[in-house]
Design a binder for this molecule. Sequence first.
Ligand SMILES: Nc1nc2c(ncn2[C@@H]2O[C@H](COP(=O)(O)OP(=O)(O)OP(=O)(O)O)[C@@H](O)[C@H]2O)c(=O)[nH]1
Ligand SMILES: [Zn+2]
Length: 295
Amino acid sequence: MKKGLVVDREAQMIGVYLLAEKQTYRGIPRKKVLKKTKIYAGDYVWGEVVDRSSFAIEKVEERRNFLVRPPVANVDKVITVMTIKMPEFDSFLLDNLLVVYEHFQADPVIVFNKIDLLTGEETKTLSYWTDLYIKAGYEVIKVSAAKNKGIEELKDYLKDSICVLAGPSGVGKSSILSALLGIKLATREVSEKTERGRHTTTGVKLFPFGENSFIGDTPGFSSVDALYFVEKKDVRLYFREFLRYQCKFPDCTHTKEPGCSVKEAVKKGEINCQRYTNYLKIIKEDLSIAKQLCQ
Ligand SMILES: Nc1nc2c(ncn2[C@@H]2O[C@H](COP(=O)(O)OP(=O)(O)OP(=O)(O)O)[C@@H](O)[C@H]2O)c(=O)[nH]1
Ligand SMILES: [Zn+2]
C-alpha cells in the first residue's frame, strides 16, 4: 500500500497527496473505512492507486492530534502571528492562543510580522517581547511578509511539518501564507478571501511548500478564551516557564498556596510579571496576587 496525506477536504471531496510521488489523487474511501472514522485534512491514509486520478483509501492512521479550528489533524506547528503595531500587540491574546495550542499538542511558534513598519523605539518594544517569549521557552521569528524578510528562516523552522496560521485580524496571515508559498500576494488575497466568504464552507486545503511541509489555507483562532477548551486546573501546564519550578504541592495552582516556587520566581524576576498576570487573568483569579509580587 501507499501512504498519502489528505490535503483537500471539502464536502464530498477528498484530495490525497501521495508522499512518494508528490501527486494529488481523488481519494475514495472504502466503506469499511467510513464506518470507522471521519476523514479530515491532515489525516495520513494508506491505500492503492486505482487509476490516473483516483486513490482507494483502505486505512486512516490514528491521529496525533486534531485542531478544531481549522479542522486539521496531525498539526505539528501553529504559526501564531502577531504584530507590534497595526494591530497593536496584545500579550493576553497571545497567551490565550499559546495555552490552547499547547493543549492541542500543536507546537506554537510566535511570528512577529510587519517588522518593516517599526521605528527605533518600536524595535525596542519588539526586542522586549521577543526576549520575554524566548526566555519563557518559545520559538520567536521576526518577519516581514511585505518585504519577504525572515520568510526563509520561517520555512526552515517549519521543515517536515504540517502547520496552520492563527492570530488576530490584519496581522498578515494571508500575506505570510502567500510568501511561504511564493504566490503573488494580490491575486491570492482576493481570490481566497472572496472564495471562502462566498461559499462559507468549512473546507480546508493544505498546500505543500518548502521541504516536505504543508500549510493550511484556513486560519485558526483569531482570539480565544482558553477556558473554553482547557480546564482551569490545567492552564498552569501550558505556561512553559512554570514547568521549570517545583512547588510544595505538585498540583499547586500558583495562586494562594504556601511554598509556591512559581510565585517566588515571579518575585525574583525570573518569571515575567506580565505573563504571570495573564495567567491569573486566564484562570479568572484575583489580579492583586500579581500586584503584590511585581512591585
Ligand atoms: N507593512 C507591512 N504590511 C503588511 C505585511 N504583511 C501584511 N501586510 C498588510 O497588512 C494587511 C493585512 O494583511 P492580511 O494578510 O490580509 O492579514 P490577515 O491576518 O490575513 O487578515 P484577516 O484576513 O483579516 O485575518 C494588508 O493590507 C497587508 O498588505 C508586512 O510584512 N508589512
Ligand atoms: Zn506554585
